[in-house]
Design a protein around this ligand. Structure first.
Ligand SMILES: [Zn+2]
Length: 313
């Protein structure tokens, strides 16, 4: 694969991301956290041996599940990354339109040389996959890209991360089983529809990660659930359709009937998110990891000089 060229800006961003990754503890209270972990666990189960070796090479002691929520912790440090977690498809359509739904980066002109990747999940998934797959890139940059990739594949499978309606349902205030709050940690903020899908419905299953994983893997097997093609646009559009089905007006109560109706869709999204992440990583990691040797600028200069002094034949 050709050596990727990063802009100075992207290099700086990835370098500062790598630094923050070292400084910050893992996300204890990130949204959709259990969902992210489960997607990562399923992906790990379905990786090829060579892909697993590459993941271990890049992440060291950390597992895919350990790093799955890191971009949520990192998000406040570099605000531009905030838009990478979702894609806003408007209310009247289920079709993704890149120009409409994926903002151009700040300071970049649409269609210009630098307008290669934009600021939404649907664009960032293939972008970070390319960096992850680049064996010639610096491993610390690839590790950071892997953390983003794992997270955004999880995010785009949370249906309300593909909806621009009321900021992905954040603006739709609801009650949950008659209660005004629906989160064990945001106990004072009012419950909204996004939070219901981020955590409340999953938590209501009352499964440990281990129990939940076992159930999902059993379902994948029993129903021969397949990842299908690697197609982030299709994944985004499928999510948008589910969010449309789950839409309620402000003031609605999320009750047992709503939970029973939509928990199978959430489970399937977790399964698909995991299988599709595995498909991406299996495609990215086809060679055993090899040690990256950074170019020594002084040595390279000396070699160039020596070469220029050679008599021309
Ligand atoms: Zn996120």
């Amino acid at each position: 694969m050709a050596r990727l060229r990063y802009s100075g800006r992207m290099r700086k961003l990835l370098a500062s991301a790598a630094l923050v990754a070292v400084l910050l503890p893992s996300a204890a209270h990130a949204w959709w956290e259990k969902g992210h972990r489960l997607v990562a666990e399923i992906a790990w189960d379905h990786l090829t041996p060579v892909a697993r070796k590459n993941v271990q090479f890049l992440l060291g002691k950390e597992s895919l599940a350990d790093i799955a929520s890191w971009p949520d912790v990192y998000r406040p440090s570099v605000t531009q990354t905030g838009n990478w977690h979702f894609t806003d498809i408007p209310s009247d359509t289920d079709k993704y339109d890149r120009d409409r739904d994926c903002p151009v980066q700040p300071g970049v002109k649409k269609g210009s040389y630098n307008d290669k990747v934009r600021d939404c999940a649907t664009d960032r998934i293939p972008f970070f996959e390319t960096i992850v797959a680049d064996q010639n890139a610096d491993p610390s940059e690839r590790a950071t890209a892997l953390k983003f990739l794992v997270h955004f594949v999880g995010d785009i499978h949370q249906p309300f991360h593909a909806s621009g309606v009321e900021k992905g349902g954040n603006g739709i205030i609801v009650t949950a089983f008659g209660q005004p709050t629906c989160s064990s940690y945001a106990t004072t903020s009012k419950c909204n529809l996004h939070a219901i899908w981020d955590g409340f419905l999953i938590d209501r299953r009352k499964f440990s990660d281990k129990q939940y994983l076992k159930m999902l893997e059993g379902d994948i097997k029993a129903n021969s659930v397949q990842a299908g093609p690697i197609d982030p646009v299709a994944w985004t559009e499928q999510s948008k359709m589910i969010s449309d089905a789950g839409m309620v007006p402000s003031g609605a109560d999320i009750d047992e009937a709503y939970y029973q109706k939509f928990i199978p869709a959430i489970d399937r999204q977790l399964e698909l998110g995991g299988l599709r992440l595995a498909a991406e990583l299996n495609a990215a990691f086809t060679q055993p990891p090899h040690t990256f040797k950074p170019v020594d600028p002084e040595k390279a200069e000396a070699e160039r000089e020596a070469a220029s002094k050679q008599p021309k034949k």
